[in-house]
Design a protein. Sequence first.
Length: 161
Amino acid sequence: MNEAVDNNAPINQGVDMYGRQKPDLLSPRECAIIAAQAANEKKATDIMVQQVGDLIGVTEYFVICTASNNRQVDAVVDEIEEQCRLRGGAKPYHIEGTADGTWSLLDYGSFIVHVFQPETRDYYRLESLWNDAPLVDLEGEAGLTNLTYSERIAKLVGREA
């Protein structure tokens, strides 16, 4: 018996080409929160998520954090990549980094992650460029209660250092 094929029927988005279950696709906000949680797992500090979509139009969220040295920058970037892939089904479109390892960027399209060393973050002050952007409450939405902030960033996020 030949059954008619509906070419407009949705493709099973939950299974990959090998029949394995894929993680549900998450919103950009949920993926940005996963990135913040991953950064926290690798002891990044000054973690913040800004909702910049209404201000810049090229992405919805910036995740910005600080790592103390080159090795920690690499570890934070690796953990973010892995957790966003495993938990959010997201892979970066592009990854960049400075030659000296003081800044790495992961571009996921709908959210962008910046991992800075302290001196570089203080120099660029990226979070201050978009200080009109609403902040995601990482304690309330991500359950991150042990975040560490420098004095400057603590003021921006309304917390004590």
